[in-house]
Design a protein around this ligand. Structure first.
Ligand SMILES: Nc1c(/N=C/[C@H](O)[C@H](O)[C@H](O)COP(=O)(O)O)[nH]c(=O)[nH]c1=O
Length: 362
C-alpha cells in the first residue's frame, strides 16, 4: 500500500463514526512500519480517547520509528484528553501524515510545530479534500457555533409534498424513507413545524432495522398550538424542545414539561430562526435535520440558514394547483431573485431520486 491508501484507510475509519462524535470531528488514524499496519483507530465519542490514542496503543512499543496517518491535525491543547501531538512525540513515531488542518485558528499549526521541533517529519494535505468533506459539519460548527443545517424534503416528480386533500402517504418508496431514518440517526437534532405535528403526528425517531440514535426533537410553535397528546410529547424516548413566542398558555407549557419536553419562549411573539440556531449551537448541537413542512422549509431557505437540501423525488405526478409544493411561503417574484444552488449528488434510491444541493458559494 502507498501513502494515499493508508490515508484512505484512516478516512474510512473516520467515516464509520458519522453522527457519533458530535460536537467533535470524525477522525481516523493508522500506524504503519515497513509496510505493516501496527495499529489503527477512530475517535468514537466526544470525551473518549482520540483516534491517535487508539492507533498508538494498538502498536505499543513497535510505534517507535513508525509512520502515522491521521485525518485531522493532531490536537496540541488539553481538552478532555491530553494532547495527541505530545503522545506522538513520546511514542517515537518519526513521520506524521495529515489530511485536514485544524479549523480552529487558535490551535491550527501548533501541533505540527511541536512535532517538527521534536524532529518529526510532518507531511500535510494528503487527501485533504476527502477528509475535509467528511468534517464539513464540524468545520461549519467551529466557525459559526451554529448547527450545520440539512433540509430534507420529499416530493412527487412535479414537486408536490402533499395532494390538495393534504394526503401524502406515501410519496416516496420504503427504501427512501429508510434512508431518511439513517439521516435522522446521524443527526444530533431534528426540527419540524407545529403544522407537521398537527397534520402528520410524526415520532421523528430513527427507526432502522439495527435500531438507531434518536435525534433531539425541535418543534417551532410560536403560539404553542401543539396537541398535548402529540407523539413527540408522549413518546419521551428523547428530549423535545419547543420554541415559542412570548404569548403562550403558560399552564400548558408547565403541563408539557412533565413529558421530557422543554418549552423555550422568545421575548417577542415570534420564533427567529437565527436565534433558534444560536440556541441549539450553545447546546453543542452540531448537526440539525430540518424535516419541516413546506412553510418551515421556506423560512429556512429565505433566511439563508441552511447548508444543504436533500430532496427525495418520486416518479409520481400529484398535480393540481391546490396541491402543496415542498417549498411554501410567498416565493420569489422574479427568477433572477431565486436562491441559486448547485447539485452535489444525485442517486437513484428505491425507484426515487435522492438529489442533494448546496447554496452556490458567492
Ligand atoms: N409523506 C412522506 C414523508 N412525510 C414526512 C412527514 O412529514 C413525517 O415526518 C412523517 O410522517 C414521519 O413520521 P415518523 O417520524 O416516521 O413517525 N416523508 C418522506 O420521506 N416521504 C413521504 O412520502
Amino acid at each position: 500500500m502507498n501513502h494515499q491508501e493508508y490515508m484512505k484507510l484512516a478516512i474510512s475509519l473516520a467515516a464509520a463514526t458519522k453522527g457519533q462524535t458530535s460536537p467533535n470531528p470524525q477522525v481516523g488514524a493508522v500506524v504503519v512500519k515497513n509496510g505493516e499496519i501496527l495499529g489503527m483507530g477512530a475517535h468514537l465519542k466526544a470525551g473518549t480517547p482520540h483516534a491517535e490514542v487508539h492507533a498508538i496503543a494498538a502498536a505499543g512499543d513497535k510505534a517507535k520509528g513508525a509512520d502515522i496517518y491521521v485525518t485531522l491535525e493532531p490536537c496540541s491543547h488539553f481538552g478532555r484528553t491530553p494532547p495527541c501531538a505530545d503522545l506522538i512525540i513520546n511514542s517515537g513515531i518519526n513521520r506524521v501524515f495529515i489530511a485536514s488542518a485544524d479549523p480552529n485558528p487558535l490551535v491550527s499549526g501548533k501541533g505540527i510545530e511541536r512535532m517538527q521541533d521534536a524532529g518529526i517529519e510532518v507531511v500535510t494535505g494528503l487527501l485533504k479534500e476527502e477528509a475535509d468533506a467528511l468534517n464539513e459539519p464540524f468545520f461549519h460548527f467551529i466557525k459559526t457555533k451554529t448547527p450545520y443545517v440539512t433540509i430534507k424534503a420529499a416530493s412527487s416528480f412535479d414537486g408536490k409534498t402533499a395532494a390538495k386533500t393534504g394526503d401524502s402517504k406515501w410519496i416516496t418508496s420504503p427504501e427512501s424513507r429508510q434512508d431518511v431514518h439513517r439521516l435522522r440517526h446521524e443527526h444530533d437534532a431534528i426540527l419540524t413545524g407545529v403544522n407537521t405535528i398537527i397534520h402528520d403526528n410524526p415520532l421523528l425517531t430513527a427507526r432502522l432495522p439495527q435500531g438507531g440514535k434518536n435525534p433531539i426533537r425541535v418543534v417551532l410553535d410560536t403560539n404553542l398550538r401543539i396537541p398535548a397528546d402529540a407523539n413527540v410529547i408522549r413518546d419521551q424516548s428523547v428530549k423535545t424542545i419547543i420554541f415559542t413566542g412570548c404569548e403562550i398558555d403558560r399552564s400548558k407549557a408547565e403541563e408539557l414539561k412533565k413529558y421530557n419536553t422543554e418549552v423555550f419562549s422568545f421575548s417577542a411573539n415570534e420564533v427567529p430562526i437565527k436565534e433558534v440556531l444560536r440556541n441549539l449551537g450553545e447546546r453543542n448541537i452540531m448537526t440539525l435535520f430540518v424535516e419541516g413542512g413546506s412553510e418551515i422549509h421556506a423560512s429556512f431557505i429565505n433566511s439563508g440558514f441552511f447548508q444543504q437540501i436533500i430532496l427525495y423525488m418520486a416518479p409520481k405526478i400529484i398535480g393540481g394547483n391546490k396541491a402543496i409544493p415542498f417549498i411554501g411561503g410567498d416565493g420569489a417574484n422574479y427568477v433572477k431573485d431565486a436562491p441559486a444552488l448547485e447539485f452535489t449528488e444525485i442517486e437513484k434510491i428505491g425507484g426515487d431520486l435522492r438529489i442533494t444541493a448546496k447554496p452556490l458559494r458567492e
